[in-house]
Design a protein around this ligand. Structure first.
Ligand code: NDP
Ligand code: HSE
Length: 439
């Protein structure tokens, strides 16, 4: 059979990795796909740049539209990123009747609903395994492997850059800005690294995971997002003393009244496997009613790991090119007409436990005031430690762990605690998840 012909948009970290993996494993890939997969046309901004991949036999252009308009191209692989020209190129590829493979989570999370509708109406596929958790085949696992389950919740470390930063800061005491620079040099970070640091990239990925887990439309604008820049070394150390690690966690939970969708720094018990996922590695913990917890682990970013997912999608699309479109795996796991409009809950309604750190004046009655306020709000305390005051300081750090509650209860309590004259505002609040059977 004739090899399938691919047009590649972008020759950066992931594009270069894709060229390399396809060439290196060509024989194995052909044996799996049933035919060869050849890149015939590629686009980048600068055709003269030295690249770490062999482009012999590939026509390279700066005009990305020439690739999507090339009548010989069967599958377009979009590895430019963002929602500008990448969106136009994917739309044009679909208009031209070409299947699409992409690693672009921003594009899928923000415009996937429309793009999938267009693709389905034309009998085309958009494959996006590389968009979530780099090399981990998490889309396939949830969409196909767990298809017999009602998925109740999932939690993931789904941004390699922030996990790398938090790990290096904790283990080596390195400076935030310095580690971020290294993550950029290693090709982990987004073109705009605030997407990583502020949790936007993780929220894109969580939006995608929630849709395929719960059968709801992609609703990125409803996801709650909090970055890692507020995490201090003290909080990391106190959390460790209490048996927890702080991770930048994406959490999606299905409740009777809606869906929780949030990315935030979160304390996780040290004994959980996911709490020990370090560096650029990612992990996703999925809880299905039939299977219970399952955990998926692997490299979350980088050239070859991400290319592994892109190439797997190319093999998948190649295998199903001749299949009846009605019988393909649906883009969002559920049949399009069965997607349910379940609301994403506002952050005030989420349910979680908390780590609280206060700076209190070292005098009698202060802790009693704090615990009374928590009690008034119906918040119950799981642990409380008061640290020694630093030399010469007139305040002491107090750390509290709470049981689960609605976020609005904690918001109200913190407002009252910060108003106490004996407490130095602001109060630090970090969410805490046990990630047991109930999430
Ligand atoms: P890079 O910045 O390394 O590569 C982007 C590529 O796109 C470059 O080759 C660039 O050309 C090319 N490009 C940009 N604009 C145009 C244009 N208008 N026309 C033609 N080519 C253009 O990005 P990554 O490879 O890191 O990321 C690509 C996608 O993969 C993004 O969506 C990203 O979110 C996603 N992703 C990245 C991962 C990673 O580990 N890096 C992991 C998982 C997903 P030139 O080289 O000449 O500048
Ligand atoms: N910037 C992303 C990360 C790339 O660090 O996880 C992989 O999606």
């Amino acid at each position: 059979m004739e090899p399938v012909k691919v047009g590649l948009l972008g020759l950066g970290t992931v594009g270069g990795g894709t060229v390399n993996v396809l060439a290196r494993n060509a024989k194995e890939i052909t044996r799996r796909a049933g035919r060869g997969i050849n890149i015939i046309h590629a686009a980048a901004r600068d055709v003269n740049k030295t690249r770490g991949c062999n482009l012999d036999g590939i026509k390279v252009t700066t005009d990305a539209f020439a690739v999507v308009n090339n009548p010989d191209v069967d599958i377009v692989v979009e590895l430019i990123g963002g929602t500008g020209v990448a969106r136009e190129l994917v739309q044009k590829a679909l208009e031209n009747g070409k299947h699409v493979v992409t690693a672009n989570k921003a594009l899928i999370a923000r415009h996937g609903n429309e793009l999938f509708a267009t693709a389905s109406s034309k009998g085309l596929m958009i494959a996006f395994e590389a968009a979530v958790a780099g090399g981990i085949p998490i889309i396939k696992a949830i969409r196909e492997g767990l298809a017999g389950n009602r998925i109740q919740w999932l939690a993931g470390i789904i941004n390699g850059t922030t996990n790398f930063i938090l790990t290096e800061m904790r283990d080596k005491g390195r400076d935030f800005a310095d580690v971020l620079k290294e993550a950029q040099a290693l090709g982990y970070a987004e073109a705009d690294p605030t997407f990583d640091v502020e949790g936007i990239d993780a929220a894109h990925k969580l939006t995608i995971l929630a849709s395929i887990a719960f059968g709801v439309p992609l609703q990125f604008d409803k996801a709650y997002t909090e970055g890692i820049s507020g995490i201090t070394r003290e909080d990391v150390a106190y959390a460790a003393e209490l048996g927890y690690r702080i991770k930048h966690l994406g959490m999606a939970r299905k409740r009777d009244d809606g869906i929780e969708l949030r990315v935030a720094p979160t304390l996780i018990p040290h004994r959980r496997l996911i709490a020990n996922v370090d560096g650029v590695m990612n992990a996703v913990l999925v809880y299905g009613d039939a299977v219970g917890p399952t955990l998926y682990y692997g490299a979350g970013a980088g050239a070859d790991p991400t290319a592994s997912a892109v190439v797997a999608d190319l093999v998948d699309v190649t295998r199903t090119l001749t299949a009846d479109p009605e019988n393909r795996v649906p883009h969002l796991a559920f049949q399009p007409e069965a997607i349910a409009n379940v609301p994403v809950l506002p952050v005030e309604e989420i349910e979680t436990a908390y780590y609280i750190r206060l700076l209190a004046e070292d005098k009698p009655g202060v802790l009693a005031d704090v615990t009374r306020i928590l009690g008034d709000q119906g918040i119950s305390i799981e642990a409380l430690i008061q640290k020694e005051p630093a030399e010469g300081a007139d305040t002491v750090p107090v750390i509290l762990l709470t049981h689960r509650m609605r976020e609005k209860q904690m918001i109200a309590a913190i407002k009252r605690i910060e108003a106490l004259s004996s407490i130095r505002a602001p109060v630090t609040r970090i969410r805490l998840e046990h990630l047991g059977a109930k999430g």
